[in-house]
Design a protein around this ligand. Structure first.
Ligand SMILES: [Zn+2]
Ligand SMILES: [Zn+2]
Length: 268
């Protein structure tokens, strides 16, 4: 039975620098694909700019001007933040922001992470440069993911089957289930048909099914045309008989309810 996934909650605009579409193009593509929910989650990461100044990240700070309901599509303002430490710390937590983009003083203690997170409906936490995990045990890597999940604004662990960080799967999935948080089944990870990634993604999906852990099926689109299309992810889920009720982004209402269960604030 084919799945219906009417929300795509991991997508990029050209503000991710190696992505190519505007938010308006992404919304139009979401609508054309029959979606009722789009989560825009540009990278919040050191990979974007050589200089980590707040002015380089203002694309994540002014999204209040986006309509919540945009051409019939509910649009969420998220970010894909890099996990940067084995303690589950994030990019930007150690970057002080003394001044706003216009040069006015910020409150003492303001960090780049804090400023950006404040403007986000939810965060996806992902590892993109796994070098800091070199030599870590599977248990240490699991604890890293658990700490990341425990951050109140993190809703999703992004592409854990592709990040090149071996980890003990069950403790992470069980903690996600306890917290009502979600594991990503990422289309982009499966497109390349890399046997190691494919088998890791499959194992993770199987365990989510067996343990009753909620997931999100996402394109991780870096161009508008990819939004709402997940043929490899859906084929994998069909092969293993994945229960549809565990897919939290099957429509907007289901995803918004999952956000609330995970303790995220209601949308403004
Ligand atoms: Zn990217
Ligand atoms: Zn990613």
């Amino acid at each position: 039975m084919p799945y219906t996934v009417r929300g795509d909650v991991h997508t990029h605009t050209l503000f991710s620098r190696h992505a190519y579409s505007t938010i308006a193009e992404n919304v139009a593509a979401a609508r054309a694909a029959g979606l009722d929910l789009l989560g825009s989650t540009d990278h919040f990461s050191s990979m974007l700019f050589p200089d980590q100044h707040v002015r380089n990240f203002q694309y994540l700070l002014n999204r209040d001007c986006w309509p919540r309901l945009w051409d019939g599509v509910t649009v969420l303002r998220g970010a894909e933040v890099d996990i940067t430490g084995l303690d589950g710390s994030f990019f930007g937590q150690d970057l002080a922001v003394p001044e706003s983009i216009s040069g006015h003083p910020e409150q003492p203690g303001t960090t780049l992470f804090g400023l950006v997170a404040k403007g986000c409906d939810y965060l996806i936490a992902s590892v993109h440069n796994e070098l800091f995990t070199t030599g870590a045990s599977r248990a240490q890597a699991a604890n890293m993911y658990i700490s990341a999940l425990e951050h109140p604004q993190v809703l999703v662990l992004g592409h854990v089957g592709r990040s090149g960080v071996p980890f003990d799967i069950d403790p992470v999935l069980l903690r996600a289930r306890d917290l009502g948080k979600l594991i990503e089944i990422n289309e982009h990870s499966l497109e390349a048909r890399r046997p190691k990634t494919d088998s890791a993604c499959r194992r993770i999906a199987e365990r989510c099914a067996e343990l009753g852990v909620g997931v999100v099926v996402n394109s991780d689109a870096h161009i508008a045309q990819a939004i709402g299309h997940y043929p490899h992810a859906e084929a994998l889920l069909e092969e293993i008989g994945f229960p549809e009720e565990l897919i939290a982004n099957r429509d907007a209402a289901t995803f918004l309810a999952a956000m609330e269960r995970a303790g995220l604030p209601r949308l403004q």
